[in-house]
Write a protein that binds this ligand. Structure first.
Ligand code: TGC
Ligand code: FAD
Length: 429
């Protein structure tokens, strides 16, 4: 049904979005040569199915028409409007690659095209969606009991129930295996666990209704996943204070999860999965979404820098775009965006065939986030002093890219994951 509604919205929308209008440069080769499209230099669209193109168009239209007009003020005010998730839910964009439970059941590539559309506007908006879709809904879908799936997924797909994913702790970020959060049998409530500990830098935590918290079961010392429902937590057992005054990702909301003997029914624990394979499996999906997502934000930087370079004139009335150093910056960024997009599509296809090794996802997460950060910083130079004004958006993307390079496994941690796979030698400790 949602799959159909994604298509229906796409078809009823009429004209193409301005972002995707092909801007074809005059070819300097013979007239028989295919033209070059700077917005899709390696023709990645050719690799997409009709359904995927329609889904991408639906998502791009929503993001450009509904999210883009809000982002500047939201970023200034460090404000996240939870209604955004409801709007996304109405379009079937949440948990889109999940089959059933009110979800659209689209391909991994289509899911990536949705994150790319959202992140083209702002990484913070993609973050709120990734946590809801990949980390929490994805976790429940993969590891939850049938009762847990029925209870949470349909409302989460509609954006009526909001989720957060608590893995990182104040003393354990890159090394979550050392976490201190603990679940003990509840001393007075039969059939309940008692959770204690703290999680930090948690996207959506202040607004979440259900928090997927990873904690060590005291009896076994093994990490387990718990679905903590805010409405059922007695006062003083669960606090989720916001972490304010961020200098990146300001259009998203981030906070802590503080648990003090918080009672959670045994029925809310994931039944079988134990150890880090649980949270890392959820992260495979989210890291894939980021790899495709940051390409959208980098493409936005390229489009804005190109427009600026064509309009801004210096030295005898020449547009900045006339100068070789400026052209090189655009060429570097467009090349990295095109390569990154192709790599993400390839890994998405392998993922759907069950042939994507987690290290492939580490590779595209690391490479695409690093390239987005590096290129956006260079493109920022094209704007000169105007880059300092938030109206030009480029500074916002640069600040966001620092975060995308850091969360879901900092870039150097992914280097170590790849280094381990290449050499067979573990270099974390
Ligand atoms: P290690 O020995 O490597 O693995 C432990 C167990 O986990 C399994 N595993 C995976 N399973 C599925 N997918 C993956 N990608 C997996 N990676 C590992 C592994 O097979 C093993 O299973 P088992 O059954 O044998 O126990 O564990 P380690 O402790 O040595 O970990 C090493 C390291 C550094 C790779 C890992 O700790 C790591 O990836 N650290 C990065 C931490 C991280 O990514 N945190 C993310 C927090 S969530 C977040 O940032 C959300 S932001 C969202 C937003 O706002 O968009
Ligand atoms: P540390 O682990 O202290 O690392 C600091 C630096 O040291 C990094 O550069 C790292 O690469 C390097 N380093 C660490 N160990 C090694 C080593 N062995 N060898 C070489 N270098 C090393 N987490 C969640 O669980 N859920 C969320 O929803 C979530 N959302 C977030 C939102 C935002 C805005 C931010 C900023 C973070 C979020 N995080 C979330 C946390 C994020 O995943 C962590 O910040 C990240 O995993 C890094 O952990 P850390 O900050 O503790 O850094």
């Amino acid at each position: 049904m949602f799959r159909h509604s994604l298509r229906a919205v796409a078809r009823s929308s009429g004209a193409r979005l301005s972002y995707s209008r092909p801007m074809i440069a005059r070819s300097f080769a013979s007239a028989s040569q295919p033209p070059f499209n700077w917005e899709d230099p390696l023709a990645s669209r050719n690799l997409l199915t009709e359904d995927e193109l329609a889904i991408a168009e639906t998502a791009e239209r929503y993001c450009q028409e509904r999210l883009l007009p809000r982002v500047l003020q939201a970023y200034r005010d460090e404000h996240y409007d939870p209604k955004i998730l409801e709007e996304m839910g109405e379009l079937g964009l949440l948990g889109a690659s999940i089959d059933g439970y009110g979800c659209a059941g689209v391909s991994s590539v289509a899911g990536g095209l949705i994150t790319r559309a959202v992140e083209r506007v702002d990484s913070g908006y993609r973050s709120g969606m990734s946590v809801q879709s990949s980390l929490v809904m994805g976790g429940i879908y993969e590891f939850g009991s049938e009762e847990q799936k029925q209870k949470f997924l349909p409302d989460m797909a509609r954006g009526k129930l909001l989720g957060a994913f608590g893995l990182t702790e104040p003393n354990h970020g890159s090394d979550p295996g050392s976490m201190e959060s603990v679940a003990r049998p509840h001393p007075t409530k039969k059939g309940y666990y008692s959770l204690s500990g703290a999680k930090t830098w948690i996207t959506n935590s202040p607004i979440a209704d259900v928090l997927l918290v990873w904690a060590k079961l005291q009896e076994t010392g093994k990490i387990r996943g718990f679905l903590v429902e805010r409405k059922d937590c007695p006062p003083g057992t669960l606090e989720t204070p916001a972490l304010k005054d961020k200098n990146g990702l300001r259009a998203s909301i981030t906070g802590m999860i503080q648990m003090d003997d918080c009672p959670v029914p045994e029925a809310n624990m994931f039944p079988e999965i134990e150890g880090l394979r649980g949270p890392f499996s959820c992260l495979n999906n989210a890291r894939y979404g980021i790899a495709m997502g940051v390409m959208g934000a980098l493409e936005d930087c390229i489009a804005r820098a190109r427009t600026y370079a064509l309009e801004r004139k210096q030295f005898k009335g020449n547009p900045l775009a006339r100068y070789q150093l400026v052209q090189k910056k655009l060429a570097d960024a467009a090349s990295d965006a095109a390569y990154g997009t192709l790599a993400a599509i390839q890994v998405g296809r392998l993922k759907d065939e069950g042939r994507a090794a987690p290290e492939m996802i580490s590779m595209i997460k690391r490479q695409n986030c690093d390239m987005a950060l590096r290129n956006s910083r260079v493109l920022q130079e094209i704007f000169g002093g105007n880059a300092v004004s938030d109206e030009y958006a480029i500074g916002r993307h640069v600040a966001n890219f620092f975060v995308t390079q850091t969360y879901e496994g900092q870039s150097d941690i992914h280097s170590l994951i790849l280094g381990r796979a290449i050499t067979g030698i573990q270099a974390f400790v």
